[in-house]
Design a protein around this ligand. Sequence first.
Ligand code: HEM
Length: 512
Amino acid sequence: MAELINNETLSLVLVAVFLILLYKRSSSTSNSTKNSPPSPPKLPIIGNLHQLGARGTPPHRALQALSRVHGPLMLLHFGSVPVLIVSSAEAAREIMKTHDLAFASRPKSTAFEKLLYNYKVVAIALYGDYWRQVKSKCVLNLLSAKKVQSFRGVREEETRSMINKIKETSRRGGVVNVRKMLMTLTNDVVSRAALGRKYYDNGEFKELSTEFTELAGSLHVGDLIPWLGWLSRLGGLDAKLVSLAKRYDEFLDTVLQEHIDKTSDISNRNDQGLDDQNEDNKDFVDVLLEIQRENLLNFPLDRVSIKGVGVVLDMFLAGTDTTSTLLEWAMAEILKHPRVMSKLQKEVRGVIKGEEEILTEDDLVDMHYLKGVIKEALRLHPPFTLLLPKMSTQDVKINGYDIKTNTQVLVNTWQIGRDPESFNDKPEEFEPERFLEDNSGLSYKGTDFQFIPFGAGRRICPGIQFATTVNEIALANLLHKFDWTLVGGVRNEDLDMTESSGLTIGYCKKSS
Ligand code: HEM
């Protein structure tokens, strides 16, 4: 018995000594740079991960609480990875303007590496020649004002189709699930622009996208604590990533092959003088195949890059969830604020249309309140609350603090958009008027650091115009055609606006 106690005691002592040593080691690492930004105390091995959303608090809210204690530039550790948290407009300007080049890269992630063609996708590509060239092609050829304009017919058709489906549900006395309806709209618009036709209704595609979103967001322990990487292999995450990447790639190969066949068919017909493919009918994959044929980059644009840039990126990462999430938030705020609903309806219903007609993009040009509603929704509910993570590629000094190479950076744009210093007229309130009055000069261009829902600097979102056009036409028509109410006896003022709550919103048909 005495021997047993001795052994147990000895084990406990050894574990305690091990933890103390780890703690000392990790504390000393954090102090190894004299002028590091302030840091909350961290735990051995996991660093500050435990402070990132205990009891269901989303990370941007947990980080806001920490920044109130430690300031607008604070250094956390996710496992062993140093992460700089940026929580004010001034600090964001330092990162994305003054030192933009030093922070223009992205951190590596095992899930993205395996699922997104080894960083070939623009949004996660490491800073360098590949990213520079492909992004500039995206900006000039896929998402330019002219190209976005060429998809006007697609936007109007898909909006009409959404409105007709709602009318149909209305006739049957049903309830509309706003989230599903907006997801379908944005998927169909982006799918037609990127791939030339709708794929979302195809069961396989839907299944792949759901699995993709789940796995892309999964935590690969080895990214944060390298010596525990084997846990993801043991838990089967690595195998799931590889299998999904393979199935996804097969699907995209079929899409690509369809385009290659279509192109050779068209060039055969051209040779016979039969027809030509109209510039405006070209989807993203067509344009990328053209760039490949004409060798317009300093390196060969291979099949993998076309699949990555033209398809995966625009479809899932950047274009669909962001746009539908924003529209869903806008609808929720409109429902919560009947004053805003009737003011917006007054504006959009100023344009008289027949029962079967929808508002077109020409009708929206002077709808300033509509634009204010969308900006206000983006201020309070930016779909990427922490932007996309950045990575420093050199040592930098910011506000007297030393930031080391390979530090990740998260910019809390959600918190910055609610700063009373910038939006002193009740920053937590949904007041679209602020964008017509005091804050009327704020644009999406990333030059006003108090309002950066699309990011700023070299990594700014190139899809701003694409997203804005979809947001405007969808919202204008939803409010033009229908009066909306909540189902289940929920009162407007009681609508729960905490993130990640589901929204099933009922409506009643416009009484005209
Ligand atoms: C409301 C809708 C959208 C929002 C709020 C949004 C927001 C953002 C944000 C915050 C970033 C990261 C910026 C940074 O790191 O500083 C980003 C990147 C990006 N977005 Fe968007 N986005 C939207 C829609 C779209 C659409 C429709 C497309 C294309 C069809 C698109 C394409 C991209 C691309 C390619 C990047 C990566 C840029 C890079 O890493 O260089 N986005 N977006």
